[in-house]
Design a protein around this ligand. Sequence first.
Ligand SMILES: Cc1ncc(COP(=O)(O)O)c(C=O)c1O
Length: 460
Amino acid sequence: MTTYPTDLVTLEPDAVLCRQRDRESSARTYARSFPIVPVRGEGMVIEGADGRRYLDCLSGAGTLALGHNHPVVLEAIRRTVDSGAPLHVLDLATPEKDEFTDALFATLPAGFADRARIHFCGPAGTDAVEAALKLMQTATGRHGLLAFTGAYHGMTTGALAATANVAVKEPVAGIAADVTRLPYPYPYRCPFGVGGERGAELSAVYTERLLDDPSGGVVPPAAMILEAVQGEGGAVPAPDGWLREMRRITAEREIPLIVDEVQTGVGRTGAFWAVEHSGIVPDAMVLSKAIGGSLPLAVVVYHEDYDGWLPGAHTGTFRGNTLAMAAGAATLRHVASEGLAGRAATVGARMTARLDALRAELPVIGDVRGRGLMIGVELVDPEGTPDACGAYPAAPRIAADVRAACLQRGLIVELGGRYDATVRLLPPLVITDEQAEAVLDRLADAVAEVTSPRPAGRRS
Ligand SMILES: Cc1ncc(COP(=O)(O)O)c(C=O)c1O
């Protein structure tokens, strides 16, 4: 038996995992793919109760900009606890909230921060998406929503309506109400079957024509919501020009543009906010994950002109998490002062280039894409029949085997995208050069092992 002493208990990892399997819901996700019991975390490394150490490229689904237990974050939490500050105060004013708001506004794109309002939401990205949708419905008096193929915006009713994943929507009655689905540019699996920049151009043309078509079936909507880089959708970046087109098209038709930066924010894509790459100024930004410095926090920030809510229009008990605000402010300031967005751009470009070179050697790698430290490696069946753009069929089984082989090699990677066939890399921004190399070595080794011919009689 491997034991792990802590103050209170002696852990037996297998027993913990068994109890989890027996007691938690069948909807549990990551726990199925990663049968480990984390007990320590530092930077990019987490350690299981069995003593094994893993390079964590999941980072709490993109939450941990500074990795696990960064000293700056721990210091902010300790200082706040030691100060005797109340830890939970609904939406009352506190010094920590004041400082968090200052820190956040200091990072927001120029032209947005000066006239922005912030609303603190229930501490999950999905609640901030709900808030943004309600805000724009209230402001415009309209109801419909424009959302994109491949999108992920959360699991509550409005956010799920905007989300594109059919399997999670199918069992929920009435979920697709009033959402017009538009084609998101995705060169490898182009919705128009043409790929490249032409696919993005057609997406913009289609969107504009559809909105202007009196028989297009689209009642003027309350908002358009999009991700500048789709995260759960498989690390698919939208071209900057396409984003500028979406901004133009929505502005000309007085449709508020909501950019969901829940996953792309705080340096992840190589800019502090992903909208900065294209220079667009949205009407609202939905923020969560990394803004809480590892603790739960979610906000919607929007142009003051839309602030037509009545008091209590979007309430929630846990909107005053003092520790999350302290940890979040410390994280935002550290990412900015240390130039970690730039670091994400540099390391991300290097990792993506090496993965692209690997693609030439390993035909199972169909596509490598991403922006900054939001990288996707789409695995395919190179013996299948390619589509009109030359994309081979997705290989979800190989992807799952690669994820397991990575775990065996001490590397945590999660899957996403169409058919869950894309390996997603979301390492913390503090990843070292050595760790980046180790991630790629282990991933390459895992892909090679999973796809190498096996001796007769063994599972393929
Ligand atoms: C872009 C985006 N929006 C919204 C959400 C929902 O956030 P949460 O899981 O905190 O509700 C996610 C979660 O992954 C996300 O990636």
